[in-house]
Design a protein. Structure first.
Lengths: 378, 394
């Protein structure tokens, strides 16, 4: 009896328009998702561009910046045993630089091997490279201009109550932050601090870029838990985050569409009940239980939603493809290839189906609760 | 026979139609407001006035990735009619694991184009080597406060640096989601030399100068013998802090255009115009309208007995339709207004939370009269069409 009743309900005039109503809503979702997929695939393609930089930093786990980080300098020896191009432990701190004419607060970077550091930074040096044994330092070009420091000048580096007098032997240009720093050998920096075994960071780069994942995994295993490794150039993270922003918009927008699906489903169930009042009343007169009426309306709406979703997916995918082809004809340089992944299609199908069930439960329940007399048309 | 006094429509049933109309209207409004908000925000990114002109690289794929010689800044500055020229480097970066845009500027020149209201701390100076001022939106999003030291990681270059927050500013534009640093810091993070910037914004006196005049001056420069890097002509620029690197200039690579038009041209390349976004929003409404049509038909189905009684009393189909229209149009307009209100409330809440972003900039939505009018028109048309086309026969 249930099957026959369902057949009768599905032959009602409004079934086609009900399927179409759901289909069009799903089509909007499918086409919008496929366009967003295209945009995201473009940004992902950008993030796959080989990154020029291969530098990594080892910092202390609880640090939010460089100057508040402290890591064991001996970790550098552990890292250097791996397949790395270079390892540079660095101590970075703020100091007051006193020259003959003025005082300036600046960042001082202490490195063990100044030459290697300059090589990594592709530095151009006007003058010589600082030698630890002769209390020498190099100054970045911007800091030199700002503080009027020249080669041959003597600068006093003051940190708290400790001071160190160095001679400027060269001015460097690196196109990095070091252009605004004083670069000194680590040996000199240790005169200013008690903790010789601590540095702010350890910078390193894997020798073979193709093997970087293996190297990073190996280094990670060597490090104590209070340290972290950070990749310097973050192209991939940036692109992924930007994609997530677009997806957040799509999620919000989709939520509203699903709310419309719930409302549409409510309307469709109400319409079915209004159109089939005679049939439902007859069913009850023939002895159908309340639950059967409820199940019938639920099944009808679920079937309509499922068919509508499938049709909507097809419409959405085909529509966005046709629109993109038309756009390519009009603007040949404009490349757009919308696509929908199987997982996304299934998700849309499932969410539409669930939304439809939610929307039809109340009218179905209300109709099931009505007595034969209440259902009977006038 | 007038049906105005016959109250045969049940409010509860009308409410279902009103609900679905409200939702369709909300969907249309949210789509249109957010898409147009993004479009407007993107266009106004470099300034809205016709007196702001951008000097940019024509071949770049985005407004953030081009490079132009920085020495053009000095070259256009003395021209009669130029009020300010601001070299700017836009560097995408990662801060606290979040994507942000850092803009390298010459504060004095930048302030002539975009006066910033410092709400906390101090204004940036060119000599602030390791400092940044951050927009209020960004500060709220990343919980940044005055004096905070943060590690900034490069995206387009293998660079990292520590910056200290010197001030927090307010700008009532998309710039609120950015951080400002001295131009050379921007160059480090963007990975370009001291001779180049992303673009130069020029404020002109429209009565004295046009963008084409500016281009002519640049053309004159390009016709002179080129001096290439690294054989630079060292000089003093921007208070003598930034090393000057004079670079070769290829005129066909340089564009000079009104800033807003320049930004619009990037969207135009991808077929994104105000019209296409409006059509897209209308399409969304049209697709949702099948549900509205179903709701209208359902309403008539639910009142078929009442309509039958009216017909038996002598009311014609035409008069019933007229009466239905008159009664439902009011509800439609109310539902439409409710939809707009709901959309505005939703977008305002989301905007305040900073959840909705495109390219790390918040979508600044605005109540557009055109969208509001379109909403009312579309909803009324839809209801009118479905009522007039529906069958009233029992």
């Amino acid at each position: 009896m249930a099957f026959l009743a369902l057949k009768t309900l599905s032959r009602k005039e409004g079934t086609t328009s009900a399927i179409l109503a759901v289909a069009l809503l799903v089509a909007i979702l499918a086409s919008m998702s496929s366009i967003v997929n295209h945009i995201n695939s473009q940004t992902e393609a950008l993030s796959r561009i080989p990154e020029i930089g291969e530098a990594y930093l080892i910092l202390s786990n609880n640090s939010t910046s460089i100057t508040d980080s402290q890591v064991d300098v001996n970790l550098a020896n552990l890292v250097s045993d791996s397949d790395v191009k270079y390892v540079i432990p660095q101590k970075v701190f703020a100091a007051t630089l006193a020259t003959n004419s003025s005082n300036h607060t600046a960042v001082v970077r202490a490195v063990v091997d100044v030459q290697t550091f300059f090589n990594v930074r592709n530095a151009r040096v006007k003058g010589d490279i600082a030698n630890a044994n002769e209390m020498q330092a190099n100054v970045g070009e911007i800091l030199a201009r700002l503080a009027s420091i020249n080669v041959g000048d003597k600068v006093s580096v003051n940190v708290g109550d400790k001071a160190l007098k160095v001679k400027i032997v060269g001015i460097i240009q690196t196109q990095t932050q070091s252009d605004a720093e004083l670069i000194i050998p680590m040996k000199l920096a240790n005169h200013l601090f008690r903790n010789d075994d601590k540095v702010s960071l350890i910078e390193f780069a894997p020798k073979d870029p193709n093997m970087k994942d293996e190297v990073i995994n190996h280094v990670t295993k060597l490090l104590p838990p209070n340290t972290k490794i950070i990749k310097v150039q973050q192209l991939k993270t940036f692109m992924q985050n930007v994609n997530n922003q677009t997806l957040s918009f799509l999620s919000l927008w989709s939520t509203i569409v699903y709310i419309v699906v719930i409302a549409a489903s409510y309307v469709l169930a109400t319409r079915l009940i209004a159109e089939s009042s005679y049939d439902l009343a007859m069913l009850r007169a023939l002895g159908a239980k309340k639950m059967l009426t409820f199940k019938l309306i639920l099944t009808y709406t679920a079937t309509t939603a499922l068919l509508g979703s499938i049709l909507g997916l097809a419409l959405g995918i085909a529509g966005s493809q046709m629109a993109s082809t038309a756009v390519r004809w009009m603007w040949p340089s404009f490349e757009i290839s919308p696509f929908l992944e199987v997982g996304q299609a299934l998700q849309i199908l499932l969410l539409t189906f669930s939304s439809s069930i939610v929307g039809c439960v109340y009218p179905a329940f209300k109709s099931a609760c009505k007595t034969y007399v209440e259902k009977q048309p006038l | 026979m007038t049906l105005r006094d016959f109250k045969y429509l049940r409010n509860q049933r009308i409410l279902t139609l009103a609900l679905i109309l409200t939702l369709a209207s909300t969907l249309f409004s949210i789509t249109a407001f957010s898409l147009l908000g993004f479009y407007r925000g993107f266009n106004a990114y470099l300034g809205e006035g016709k007196d702001i002109v951008a000097i940019y690289e024509k071949r770049s794929h985005s407004p953030f990735t081009g490079v132009v010689p920085m020495h053009l800044t000095e070259q256009v500055r003395p021209i009669n009619g130029v009020l300010a020229s601001s070299p700017e480097v836009i560097a995408p970066c990662i801060l606290k694991s979040e994507p942000i845009f850092i803009r390298g500027i010459v504060p004095e020149e930048f302030s002539k184009l975009n006066p910033l209201a410092i709400v906390k701390g101090h204004m940036l100076e060119l000599t602030d080597i390791n400092s940044a001022i951050v927009g209020r939106g960004l500060a709220e999003r990343l919980s940044l406060d005055l004096g905070n030291k943060v590690l900034v990681l490069g995206v387009l270059a293998d660079r990292y640096m520590e910056l200290q927050v010197k001030g927090i500013y307010e700008s009532q534009s998309t710039m609120e989601d950015e951080a400002l640093v001295p131009v050379y810091v921007g160059q480090w993070l963007r990975g370009i030399d001291y001779g180049h910037v992303t673009l130069i914004r020029v404020k002109i006196n429209e009565d004295q100068l046009s963008s084409s005049d500016l281009l002519n001056v640049i053309a004159k420069e390009s016709s002179e013998p080129a001096q290439t890097s690294p054989s630079e002509e060292e000089g003093k620029q921007a208070e003598g802090i930034i090393p000057v690197v004079k670079t070769s200039l290829s005129l066909e690579d340089i564009g000079v255009e009104e800033a807003q038009r320049f930004m619009r041209s990037y969207l135009d390349r991808y077929g994104v115009t105000k019209e296409t976004l409006l059509i897209l929003s209308i399409m969304v409404f049209v697709f949702a309208s099948a549900s509205v049509a179903a709701a209208s038909t359902t309403l008539i189905q639910q009142h078929k007995h009442e309509i039958g009684v009216l017909r038996s009393l002598g009311a014609s189909n035409k008069s019933i339709r007229k009466d239905l229209l008159a009664k439902l149009l009011f509800w439609s307009l109310a539902a439409s207004a409710a939809g707009i209100t709901l959309a505005t409330a939703t977008l305002t809440t989301i905007d305040r939370s900073g959840y909705l972003q495109v390219l790390s900039h918040r979508i600044l939505f605005q109540l557009e009269p055109l969208i509001v009018a379109l909403n009312f028109i579309l909803v009324s048309l839809l209801v009118a069409t479905t009522i007039t086309r529906s069958s009233l026969k029992h």
